[in-house]
Ligand binder design. Structure first.
Ligand SMILES: Cc1cc2nc3c(=O)[nH]c(=O)nc-3n(C[C@H](O)[C@H](O)[C@H](O)COP(=O)(O)O)c2cc1C
Length: 195
């Protein structure tokens, strides 16, 4: 079992960083192999829509996404954390998500070549999100983008924890129960489903 945590905020030590730290702390009670990616530290270019991955099943670009592809290949569990930016994920995270198109195309090619039965999912995905406001539809776009990201990877979207009314850096520390919820969600994320 390997858990990959993808930190989507440009703000170091912000609310979603703290949420994901707590989540991974919970997961670490069961899983020792945990990797972290901070998208703010990576050089990830936008998808060029060049069509290379349609034919070859891999991206033609050479940047930090190569390390991300390799970690995503090894992960059995992926958890993504993002603040809401204009009702969606951050721009930095969106670049990573768009580049996962190459994973989807590889999967499709392998299916065509009979190298992959195309059945079942290869892992589990979870979303943590924070937004400043309170609207009922605040997380709709974020959830959809991340849901389809996991779809492209052939991962099962198992759940999310989306917290409202968090704006200032560290605001979540004023809600210690929220971090307990994240810890608990991380613990449960890696537990095998009850028979
Ligand atoms: C560029 C930008 C866009 C934002 N857009 C929204 C928004 O559409 N809705 C919302 O409720 N909060 C919005 N926020 C507030 C953040 O979601 C909020 O501050 C969040 O707690 C930040 O998480 P972080 O500390 O992990 O970066 C925005 C913040 C920034 C900087």
């Amino acid at each position: 079992m390997m858990v990959l945590g993808i930190y989507g905020s440009p703000r170091k030590g912000g609310n979603t960083d703290l949420m994901l730290d707590a989540f991974l702390e919970g997961a670490s009670e069961t899983v020792k192999d945990i990797e972290r990616i901070y998208v703010r530290d990576l050089d990830i270019h936008g998808c060029l829509a060049c069509g290379h991955c349609d034919k070859k099943g891999r991206c033609i670009q050479k940047d930090d996404m190569n390390r991300v592809y390799s970690l995503m290949d090894q992960a059995t569990h992926i958890v993504v954390a993002s603040p809401v930016y204009f009702y969606g994920v951050t721009g930095q995270l969106k670049l990573l998500i768009d580049r996962s198109q190459a994973c989807f195309m590889r999967w499709e090619l392998e299916k065509k070549q009979g190298r992959n039965p195309g059945e079942g999912t290869s892992g589990s995905g979870y979303l943590l999100a924070a937004g400043a406001t309170r609207g009922k539809r605040l997380f709709e776009c974020t959830v959809l983008s991340v849901r389809y990201f996991f779809d492209a990877l052939n991962y099962n979207y198992v759940g999310d924890l989306c917290l409202r009314e968090l704006d200032e850096k560290g605001a979540i520390l004023l809600q210690p129960l929220a971090l307990d919820d994240c810890r608990r969600a991380g613990r449960e994320f890696v537990l095998p489903p009850a028979a």
